[in-house]
Every structure is written in structure tokens, then in C-alpha cells.
Design a protein around this ligand. Structure first.
Ligand code: HEC
Length: 147
């Protein structure tokens, strides 16, 4: 009888495993190590949902000025420095995630799986909160679209 119990639970494990890798991020199967899909992760912070719309050169210009004042101590636009290069960021992150990383980095690097991995990749050097308003962060995001 115990043989059948073991065989039964093995089948159950296999089924759960297959299920876990297929349904990214549902978190309901009880399996801890589910990879996060970066294009679905919105991060943790004030921004739930934004629509990008048509690219605005004026907004990007304003965002560039903010970026040069508050971000270039640690970031270069197109190559990694103390932090990662923002070029092409919307191909690997959702706009909401980017906004939340700008507005709420301290909590993000503590609790968001992607930001935590970035922290480890960038020598555990933490991004500091530059206290941008949501509007300013949105302008910087527009600038990132131009890179
Ligand atoms: C004190 C250095 C520092 C400053 C200043 C800083 N950052 Fe960062 N940033 C980092 C580091 C380091 C990381 C990688 C995560 C970590 O290690 O905390 C990062 C990560 C990011 C990411 C995620 C990049 C990716 O590839 O996913 C974005 C977006 C970002 N920063 C935007 C900004 C913006 C915008 C500003 C200015 C308002 C800024 N940062 C100011 C150090 C900094």
C-alpha cells in the first residue's frame, strides 16, 4: 500500500511542477520559486497603471534635464555605470515598474524580485530616492523612450 502512496505523491509533484512553470506569477500553487515575468511586473509603489501614448519630445526634453540633475551621479544613458543604463528599458520592464523604481527605490530593492536581483548585480549598491514627483518621474520615463 505504501508503494502506491509514494508513486501517487510523485505524480502529484510532477503535475504541480509543470503547472508552476506554465502559469507565471499566479503564486497560488504553493511553489515558492516561480520566475517573475518582467513584462507583467508592475513593481511596488504609487503607480498602478499608466498609458504611454504618443511620444512627446517636449516632455522628453524636460525629463532629460531632470535626469541630468538627479540621476547622472549613478547612471549613464546608454551604458552601465553604478546603476544600469536606461536605454531600451521599456523592452525589459513595464512602464509602471520603471515609475515605481524611480519613486520608491528603497522598498523596491527590498521587496520587488527584479529590483532585488538588480541590487545584487550592481554590487549591493542601493539606488537612493531622489524625491521626484510623479509628474517628474513620468517626464524622465519619456526621456528614456528617446534613448
Ligand atoms: C546613488 C546612485 C543612484 C542614483 C542617484 C540613481 N540611481 Fe537608479 N539605480 C541605481 C542602482 C545601483 C540601480 C540598480 C539597483 C540597485 O542596486 O539598487 C538603479 C536602478 C535604476 C533603475 C532600474 C534599471 C533597470 O534596468 O531595470 C531605474 C529605472 C533607475 N535606477 C532610474 C533612476 C532615475 C530616473 C534616477 C534619478 C531620478 C536614479 N535612478 C538615480 C543607482 C542610482
Amino acid at each position: 500500500m505504501s508503494y502506491f502512496t509514494i508513486a501517487g505523491s510523485m505524480i502529484l509533484l510532477v503535475t504541480l511542477g509543470a503547472c508552476g512553470s506554465g502559469s507565471s506569477g499566479s503564486g497560488s500553487s504553493g511553489i515558492k520559486e516561480i520566475a517573475v515575468d518582467p513584462m507583467k511586473n508592475r513593481g511596488i509603489g504609487p503607480v498602478d497603471s499608466i498609458t504611454l501614448g504618443t511620444f512627446s519630445p517636449e516632455m522628453a526634453e524636460a525629463g532629460k534635464a531632470i535626469y541630468e540633475e538627479k540621476c547622472t551621479a549613478c547612471h549613464k544613458p546608454t551604458e552601465n555605470y553604478l546603476g544600469p543604463a536606461p536605454k531600451g528599458i521599456l523592452e525589459r520592464r513595464t512602464p509602471e515598474w520603471v515609475m515605481n523604481m524611480i519613486l520608491n527605490p528603497t522598498e523596491m530593492i527590498k521587496n520587488d524580485p527584479i529590483a532585488k536581483a538588480l541590487l545584487a548585480e550592481f554590487n549591493n549598491y542601493p539606488m537612493t530616492n531622489q524625491n521626484l514627483t510623479e509628474e517628474e518621474a513620468r517626464m524622465v520615463l519619456e526621456y528614456f523612450r528617446s534613448l
